[in-house]
Design a protein around this ligand. Structure first.
Ligand code: ZN
Length: 290
């Protein structure tokens, strides 16, 4: 049996290549339970969450990474986030059935994957990657080639119980062993989805790379957790602007906001809503009430 909800980093001792293996299990099932989709949409969400978890670790971010695809296709929204506190959350929205399209551009009717990196210090950084191919791993490999100039390969496997992945990355160091990267990619290419989903990281790594020497680091536990809060919801309402809030007050006398990621409910009554704009703003909301 594998170790659930863990990320493990590893290094090839004789080659400048690093890797990560991640398995999301209970954390993934919580997200599946809240999701209203099945099939391909759910698989793509699983891949995106696995990818976001791998990216936070690979890019050594103190903060978080989100992957987002928005389009007008059968699946119109995919959002997956992972943080350096080892939490994940994500949503996928499907508006209609679709046939056997494989190309992500057709499924989403979008041509880009947006990668947002939030570091604790500094402004968020956004990278836009063309949505080529039939897997999010294709888009991510292109991202690493372009923005990091690091050859990277990623494998995913996902079902309703688990979503798992493995990443290999060639470090920018002179290789003694000229064929090392190609040889290790060939070995990694024999990986089966079932092995990724079911095997303990060490067992899988041994099966793939038993002729190489690896150093495997201490695992990091990953869990589902949402970053929403009453305060953040309040800030979101303020960002809607005063006239929008006035309309809401006139319509319903209170505002209930449900978090899309975790279904938490935040409600604001008329007193709360009036408070939103009291600081630093002059027109009291009550003027527009009837
Ligand atoms: Zn939430």
């Amino acid at each position: 049996m594998k170790d659930p909800d863990q990320l493990k980093r590893f290094l090839f001792t004789h080659n400048p290549i690093r890797g990560e293996h991640v398995s999301l299990d209970a954390s993934w099932r919580e997200i599946v339970a809240q999701s209203e989709t099945k099939g391909k949409a759910l698989t793509l969400l699983g891949h995106a969450l696995t990818a976001a978890t791998l990216l936070v670790e690979t890019l050594k971010i103190e903060g978080g990474v989100s992957l987002q695809i928005r389009g007008t296709g059968a699946i119109h929204l995919l959002m997956a986030e992972a943080t350096s506190a080892h939490t994940i959350r994500g949503i996928v929205r499907q508006s209609r059935e679709f046939g056997d399209e494989n190309q992500l551009r057709q499924i989403f009717e979008s041509d880009k994957l947006v990668i947002t990196i939030r570091n604790k210090a500094g402004n968020p950084h956004q990278g836009i990657v063309p949505l080529d191919g039939d897997s999010i791993s294709d888009a991510l490999q292109a991202y690493f080639d372009q923005s990091e100039q690091l050859s990277t390969r990623i494998w995913f496997a996902c079902d309703e119980q688990s979503t798992s992945g493995m990443l290999l990355q060639k470090l920018p160091t002179e290789e003694q062993d000229k064929d090392g990267w190609n040889r290790i990619l060939l070995l990694a290419g024999t990986i089966q989805p079932k092995e990724l989903l079911e095997l303990k990281a060490e067992v899988l790594l041994h099966r793939l790379f038993h002729e190489e020497t690896l150093e495997v680091f201490e695992p990091k536990a990953i869990e589902f957790s949402c970053t929403c809060s009453q305060q953040r919801t309040r800030e979101m309402l303020v960002s809607l602007g005063k006239s929008e809030i006035n309309n809401l007050i006139e319509e319903q006398n209170e505002v209930a906001v449900t978090c899309e990621f975790c279904n938490a409910n935040y409600s604001f009554d008329i007193v709360d809503l009036e408070q939103l704009f009291l600081e630093g703003d002059d027109l009291p909301l009550s003027k527009t009430r009837h």
